[in-house]
Design a protein around this ligand. Structure first.
Ligand SMILES: Nc1ncnc2c1ncn2[C@@H]1O[C@H](COP(=O)(O)OP(=O)(O)OP(=O)(O)O)[C@@H](O)[C@H]1O
Ligand SMILES: [Mg+2]
Length: 328
């Protein structure tokens, strides 16, 4: 029986698939099937190095891009030691995209740059670090932190209509989140999130339409941080643009060399075309609630219900990674 070492720590929710409860459920779910799993909860890089050299396992599944004490935000620094790099150093197989891709995915500007170079439609984009000059952009524009998730730093004020608002919001990102601000073309249309599971012949690309009852929106139809993780977003199988969303996802995930499980967020631009907002390298795995399991359940309902569907999805992710590493 193959054994998975599940790695998490204080940053599991901000960086990864969810909090410790999610990680425990994931571990129990794997243990209930044809795999064995245990959790390494690590708070320092030393603890991580010790865990991977002292424990016995076949593959690592990490909720963390890098080991951090921070629970509130990803809070990337300049001198992070990346989990994937430390695993590569020792030749240890892991689930999910490789080290280079993980570093690109966590930095939205980098992801956009690569996608744009490869002909994948993204919104117009600019990066402004602290002290940087204001770019010339078309309005409305959208300002967000370059390296966060869970809609952290996103509110109605992220939509800016002139240079003054742009400058104010960029400063807000610099001061409150201590990181560069990404300025994008505002995408006013419907929002989609697309699940990519598995690789090669067995890969599945499953689009979901994200909706929120309009009474919850303020000035703009954007997923503000207070609308996330509280059961207000609904996922459904799209009746429009499903093929376009699949093709865009395939192009984006191929260009970025994504493996096993990623989720691609996109929205419709002012001209009616889908554009990729971001590719999530460690998508949420909260049973029933996170978007990946919700999408999987819509496309693959099981007689046993959502927890059985969840089990099938996480096993598929592990097995696709094991197969990729020649471990089956
Ligand atoms: N260019 C844009 N135009 C319009 N809305 C946007 C734009 N970029 C982001 N948004 C809104 O902000 C939300 C969060 O943005 P994004 O998906 O880029 O960041 P995130 O916080 O990393 O998300 P996740 O929680 O999926 O990791 C989106 O779901 C969308 O509603
Ligand atoms: Mg997103």
């Amino acid at each position: 029986m193959r054994k998975v070492l599940i790695v998490t720590g204080p940053g599991g929710d901000a960086q990864g698939w969810g909090d410790m409860k999610v990680t425990e459920t994931l571990c129990e779910t794997l243990n209930a099937g044809d795999l064995a799993a245990e959790i390494a909860y690590v708070t320092t890089t030393e603890e991580f190095r010790k865990a991977i050299s002292s424990r016995r396992f076949d593959i690592v599944w990490s909720a963390l891009y890098y080991i951090s004490q921070r629970e509130d935000i990803i809070g990337l620094g300049d001198d992070n030691e990346w989990v994937a790099d430390m695993l590569d150093e020792k030749g240890i197989p892991y689930i999910g995209p490789n080290s280079l891709t993980m570093k690109q995915l966590i930095q939205k500007y980098e992801t956009h740059r690569l996608m744009h170079e490869n002909g994948v439609l993204v919104p117009a984009f600019n990066l402004v670090a602290a002290g940087g000059a204001l770019p010339e952009v078309a309005y409305p524009a959208f300002v967000k932190p370059n390296c966060e998730s869970r809609s952290i730093g996103i509110s109605d004020d992220s939509v800016v209509h002139n240079r003054e608002e742009l400058a104010r919001r960029i400063r807000h990102v610099h001061e409150t989140l201590e990181q560069a601000a990404l300025i994008e073309e505002f995408l006013p249309g419907d929002e989609y999130t697309v699940l990519m599971l598995g690789n090669g012949r067995l890969q599945e690309i499953l689009p979901g339409l994200v909706t929120v009852d309009k009474t919850h929106f303020g000035k703009h139809r954007v997923l503000r941080s207070d609308l996330r993780g509280v059961g207000l977003t609904k996922i459904s199988i799209p009746t429009e643009r499903a093929e376009e969303a699949k093709e865009l996802t395939k192009k984006a995930t191929d260009a970025l060399k994504c493996w096993d499980h990623v989720r691609v967020d996109m929205r419709v631009d002012a001209k009616g075309r889908l554009r990729v907002m971001e590719v999530n390298g460690i998508p949420g795995l909260k049973p029933v609630k996170s978007w990946s399991p919700q999408i999987y359940s819509l496309y693959h309902p099981s007689p046993g219900g959502p927890m059985e569907e969840y089990r099938n999805m996480v096993r598929l992710i592990v097995h696709s990674a094991l197969e990729r590493h020649g471990l089956v």
